[in-house]
Design a protein around this ligand. Structure first.
Ligand code: FES
Length: 104
């Protein structure tokens, strides 16, 4: 399965993804510039991504911890998610996300 990630320059990267991994782990594995400071513990909000609108509704609901942490994310949008909380399964083959900006 694959996911498609748009970077800060607008370039699209098609990444080979692994079921059971988080979207954040895949993005990091390929060396794209995602901060993910807490390493996936839902404690930092620097793994923030914008999910393609068509995909957003198809993803599993946010859990409460993600909802709360996301409130602290920079430049929040309607389709914002924390990529460490999106655990990949077969239904997400082709998922499209864009890296959200982080303040320095
Ligand atoms: S990596 Fe910190 S909240 Fe996702």
């Amino acid at each position: 399965m694959k996911i498609v990630v748009t970077d800060y320059e607008g370039a699209e990267h098609e990444l080979e993804a692994v079921e059971g991994w988080s979207v954040m782990q895949i993005i990091r594995e390929y060396g794209l510039p995602i901060k993910a400071e807490c390493g996936g513990a839902c404690a930092c909000a620097t793994c923030h991504v914008y999910v393609d609108p068509e995909w957003f509704a198809r993803l599993p609901e946010k859990r409460q911890g993600e909802e709360e942490k996301l409130d602290e994310a920079f430049a929040l949008q309607k389709t914002s998610r924390l990529s460490c909380q999106i655990i990949l399964d077969e239904s997400m083959d082709g998922l499209r996300v864009r890296l959200a900006p982080n303040p320095d």
